[in-house]
Design a protein around this ligand. Structure first.
Ligand SMILES: *[C@@H]1O[C@H](CO)[C@@H](O)[C@H](O)[C@H]1NC(C)=O
Ligand SMILES: *[C@@H]1O[C@H](CO)[C@@H](O)[C@H](O)[C@H]1NC(C)=O
Ligand SMILES: *[C@@H]1O[C@H](CO)[C@@H](O)[C@H](O)[C@H]1NC(C)=O
Ligand SMILES: *[C@@H]1O[C@H](CO)[C@@H](O)[C@H](O)[C@H]1NC(C)=O
Ligand SMILES: *[C@@H]1O[C@H](CO)[C@@H](O)[C@H](O)[C@H]1NC(C)=O
Ligand SMILES: *[C@@H]1O[C@H](CO)[C@@H](O)[C@H](O)[C@H]1NC(C)=O
Ligand SMILES: *[C@@H]1O[C@H](CO)[C@@H](O)[C@H](O)[C@H]1NC(C)=O
Ligand SMILES: *[C@@H]1O[C@H](CO)[C@@H](O)[C@H](O)[C@H]1NC(C)=O
Length: 495
């Protein structure tokens, strides 16, 4: 019985790789695969609660950043339309001894950059790139054309609302690297968080004018871990030093991995209630598929097989989206749509692997031996720790007066809105403003609930896993209200 279940699990994992090829969108699948391995009987992943590593911000960890900001300035990306804001890209060393450096891409605000807050965006995986998803397919100022070598503007870029920093993390993701290759075998949530913190304090030395700026961290998917963990590390080290080393004001996470048990339950419930899997399959998976228990009854692999059959021909990150049917680049750019082209991952991959693009971005300066990938191929031999829940961190932020928003694109099937609702329920909050439709551009942008403890939960109607890709207008509206700290509009017309 155990053997059959292992076979089922293996076929599940292999199948996941096929769906990767079909969809060209790996973020959620990487997560799904990771989640399964995390709960296997022989899993080595530490699932205990997260604790920050203490970092003394002194000359030992702060490296001289003199002159580096100007060196990082990007004149113009290949094939880029004209814009008025400044862009920067480059490496920040987080460990001199190991030779570990994280790659960032920074776009200043389209206007009033001195007044706008600083926002750090993180993607998930673990192992996926914020440059691929965040910057070039979701909320950045440009998107890649179907020729894989030119760009067009995203009219709903979040740099209308903030100065936006994208970070590829941990080392081994995208252009971020370590010269000590064993670092790739010892990644985990804790190390990622410490490295992200070391990145930030050094980046703020390089961009000193942002040091005291209001700072927000936002991310999606597995960044439901990274964002709160980095926020916790910042709070912890600010307190230790009696000093606001980083002026953190709030966090927001979307379609986020929050609490494994409810995330998992919510996924199958969503797929059944959205007519993708049968109620029987949902029931059997809930009842029989517990990978932590030693023996797995045969009903589990049977149910999983059916589940795989049911989801494998749709885009599970947006259950109603068209698929990418032609993986070839075109000689001339296709006409752009506001909603993301389902083949975008292919265009982005081509663009970021071009030598002229890497040169303009100041990326891959050490001539890495592998291609740039949207989700890392080199990190996965081992992932050390991944807490089963981040709910205690969210409580900590609310108790410390940080702004905490959770959003959910309501047609994602990987970390669906049901998962998020169940996870929030676990937090035992009391509603202040009960469930109401919020408006954006004269339509219902989604639904929201505000809690007395200070948390806001908002759905984004008609958005998949990557919310700004599918509903860019609603996403810009959401981030604008989050950053201003204003409630999402309850009426069609808002002053
Ligand atoms: C840049 O700014 C100028 C002056 O504010 C404005 O006229 C122009 O339209 C802007 N160009 C772009 C490409 O945004
Ligand atoms: C990694 O090694 C290369 C080649 O020796 C070197 O140029 C680079 O600066 C090193 N990276 C870091 C972050 O020290
Ligand atoms: C990292 O793990 C891989 C796969 O287990 C192994 O082949 C490799 O030797 C390890 N590298 C280091 C530097 O430990
Ligand atoms: C921080 O402040 C507390 C209380 O004022 C004090 O006891 C502690 O020594 C201070 N710590 C540092 C690192 O200055
Ligand atoms: C799965 O099995 C483990 C180990 O037997 C047990 O601790 C856990 O509660 C089970 N989970 C569920 C959801 O039944
Ligand atoms: C994509 O390109 C390959 C190689 O040129 C070609 O064989 C294939 O037919 C193309 N696919 C489509 C859907 O056009
Ligand atoms: C880095 O550059 C080398 C040499 O040009 C290239 O072969 C490799 O694919 C690039 N890797 C990444 C991660 O960009
Ligand atoms: C929520 O309340 C229940 C019942 O009172 C309690 O068992 C649980 O620990 C609480 N959870 C949190 C996260 O506070």
């Amino acid at each position: 019985m155990v053997e059959t279940s292992c076979l089922a699990l293996i076929s599940f994992l292999i199948f996941s790789f096929f769906t990767v090829e079909i969809h060209g969108s790996k973020q959620g699948i990487v997560f799904n695969k990771f989640q399964k391995s995390k709960y296997k009987v022989d899993s080595q992943i530490d699932r205990r609660d997260f604790n920050a590593q203490e970092v003394e911000v002194d000359n030992h960890i702060l490296h001289s950043q003199k002159g580096l900001k100007e060196k990082d300035r990007i004149d113009k990306l290949p094939g880029q339309p004209r814009v008025n804001f400044s862009q920067y890209g480059g490496y920040v060393t987080t460990d001199k001894l190991a030779g570990r450096a994280l790659y960032y891409y920074f776009v200043e605000s389209q206007h009033s950059k001195q007044k706008m807050p600083l926002l750090l965006w993180l993607n998930g995986g673990p192992g996926c790139s914020s440059l691929a998803y965040g910057a070039l397919e979701e909320l950045g100022p440009f998107r890649v054309n179907s020729d894989g070598k030119t760009l067009h503007k995203n009219g709903y870029s979040w740099n209308y609302a903030a100065n936006v920093l994208f970070l590829e993390s941990p080392a081994g993701v995208g252009f971020s690297y370590s010269n000590r290759s064993s670092d790739y075998n010892t990644s985990g949530d804790r190390k990622t968080s410490t490295d992200n913190y070391l990145f930030l304090v050094n980046w703020l030395e390089r961009f000193r004018e942002y040091k005291k700026r209001d700072f927000y961290i936002v991310g999606e998917s597995y960044a439901g871990h990274y964002v709160p963990q980095l926020a916790h590390t910042i709070l912890h080290n600010n307190k230790k030093a009696n000093n606001t080393i980083i002026n953190l004001k709030g966090i927001m996470i979307g379609n986020a991995v929050i609490n494994d048990q409810t995330d998992n339950q919510g996924m199958y419930d969503y797929l059944a209630s959205h007519a993708i899997i049968s109620d029987q399959v949902m029931h059997d998976i809930h009842t029989f598929c517990n990978f932590s228990s030693g023996t797995i009854p045969s009903q589990c692999p049977t149910a999983l097989d059916e589940y795989i059959q049911d989801i494998s021909f749709i885009d599970i990150y947006n259950i109603y989206a068209p698929l990418c049917n032609n993986p070839n680049l075109t000689s001339f750019p296709k006409k752009n749509s506001i909603v993301i082209d389902p083949c975008s991952g292919i265009y982005t991959h081509a663009y970021l692997n071009r030598a002229n693009v890497q040169a303009a971005l100041h990326a891959n300066v050490t001539k890495l031996k592998y291609d740039w990938e949207s989700c890392s191929d080199i990190l996965f031999s081992k992932w050390g720790d991944s807490p089963s829940t981040i709910v205690p961190l969210l409580h900590e932020f609310l108790n410390n007066g940080l702004r905490v928003w959770i959003f959910s694109g309501d047609i994602d099937g990987i970390v669906p809105v049901t998962s998020t609702k169940y996870s929030i329920k676990k937090m035992n909050l009391s509603a202040k403003t009960t469930w109401y439709p919020w408006f954006s551009n004269g339509e219902v942008g989604g639904y929201a609930e505000v809690y007395k403890e200070g948390l806001t939960f908002a759905t984004v109607r008609g958005a998949g896993h990557e919310v700004p890709s599918y509903q860019p207008g609603r996403a810009l509206s959401l981030i604008t209200h989050f950053l201003k700290g204003t409630p999402l509009p309850t009426t069609k017309r808002q002053p």
